[in-house]
Design a protein around this ligand. Structure first.
Ligand SMILES: *Cc1c(COP(=O)(O)O)cnc(C)c1O
Length: 401
């Protein structure tokens, strides 16, 4: 829970390093980690005041920890938001947001290509509490409009989606949400505020998995909700305070270090991903390449109108779309990390059909466009020629298989 001290008109790179720090009397240069569960009061009256009013002041690290607050303020500042609330994970951010703004009887419209656990959250968990969700095409605004009913309280989108890089028209969904009296929430995990600021495009709140690019070095799990709405903030903060969905101070400190280099890293990820995507498009053995920065991407213009870069994830189909070929490609690489994670300085390679989307039914995978020959690469910050050589090895192995 942090009310941001705005440092505009400083640039994003400066804010990523300087915002949110409240130096203690020790005069520390770096952000300290406050590893304390509770805080002491000057006297009984102050204790009583801190517990009974919402005045500033630390009480207990479930809801007031200075290191966590610095992270909240810094991320909120980068997103152009007044409020930030950190949480234990990205999924915890989405859960806290939903618990905060939804109630039994409410209806949600969400994109059908959301992160897998987000789909499970809406389908398997929130449904048990009387919250119904309809999933619609990420890209087709008419489908969103048609799905809205009187009870619709939340539109939930992710753009670009992972792994197929579908783009949602955030401005159009914002207008839909406004006219329906609903909230638009965007999962900005793939872009980070460096590449896209959904609040400026009309979203009411943004959720993050800090586990991905915000950390960027594969160290901690965490998440956040940011918003300009005091109403949304207060509702989500109440969940945090009572439900205990909080981030640990150590993780917050790691994410602070991540934010300091976020801008530089995102530029590096984007540059390498574009190089790899363009190269892959010209390779024999590669079918369609899914990367919003390519002219061939059906929503390249829309992506360019709402993002300042196209991200670090490149996904492609092998022209012979079999599991055997895809596994041969992945195993043919020498040092790319085979893992489900992405957004790391280390490049990663994934076969979505058998990992991130392995628990879906065949029909669900077909509908989502996740074929057996689909491969996702998260472009890291190694030398891009070396990453390309890895993919070359993969292609050779797939051809031989
Ligand atoms: C990873 C991810 C999440 C969930 O974040 P966790 O930190 O793993 O809980 C949510 N949304 C997107 C787009 C993600 O990639």
């Amino acid at each position: 829970m942090s009310h941001v001290q705005l440092l505009e008109p400083l640039g994003l790179e400066t804010l990523a390093i300087r915002s949110g720090q409240h130096r203690s009397a020790e005069g520390e240069h770096n952000d300290p980690i406050f590893t304390t569960s509770s805080f002491v009061f000057k006297n009984a009256a102050q204790a009583a005041e801190r517990f009974t009013t919402s005045n500033d002041g630390n009480v207990y690290s479930r809801f007031t920890n200075p290191t966590v607050q610095t992270f909240e303020e810094r991320l909120a500042t980068l997103e152009g938001a007044r409020y930030g609330i950190a949480s234990a994970s990205g999924m915890c951010a989405i859960l806290s947001l939903c618990l905060g703004v939804l109630k039994s009887g409410d209806h949600v419209v969400a994109s059908d290509n959301l992160f897998g656990s987000s789909i499970s959250l809406f389908t398997n968990i929130l449904s048990r509490f009387g919250i119904e969700t309809d999933f619609v095409s990420t890209t087709n605004v008419e489908n969103w409009r048609d799905a809205i009913r009187d009870e619709t309280r939340l539109l939930f989108a992710e753009s670009p989606t992972n792994p197929l890089a579908e783009i949602t028209d955030i401005r159009a969904l914002s207008a839909l949400a406004e006219s329906a009296g609903a909230l638009l929430v965007v999962d900005n995990c793939l872009c980070t505020p460096v590449l896209q600021q959904p609040l400026a495009l009309g979203a009411h709140a943004v959720v993050h998995s800090a586990t991905k690019y915000l950390d960027g070095q594969g160290r901690c799990v965490g998440g956040a909700v940011v918003t300009n709405s005091q109403e949304i903030h207060d509702a989500v903060f109440a969940v945090l305070r009572t439900g205990g969905t909080c981030m640990s101070p150590f993780n917050a400190w790691v994410f602070l270090k991540g934010l300091e280099t976020l801008s530089l890293r995102m530029r590096g990820h984007c540059e390498s991903a574009l190089t790899l995507a363009s190269w892959l498009e010209s390779q024999e053995g590669v079918g369609r390449v899914y990367y919003p920065g390519l002219d061939s991407h059906p929503q390249h213009q829309l992506a360019a109108s709402q993002q300042t870069g196209f991200g670090g994830i490149v996904t492609f189909d092998l022209s012979e779309p079999s599991r055997e070929k895809a596994f041969a490609f992945i195993d043919g690489c020498q040092w790319l990390s085979i893992t489900g994670n992405f957004g790391d300085v280390k490049s990663t390679i994934t076969h979505p059909a058998t990992t991130t989307h392995g628990r879906l039914t065949q029909a669900q995978r077909d509908q989502a466009g996740i074929g057996e020959g689909l491969i996702r690469v998260s472009a890291g910050l190694e030398n891009v020629q070396d990453i390309q050589a890895e993919l070359q090895c993969g292609l050779a192995a797939a051809r031989a298989a």
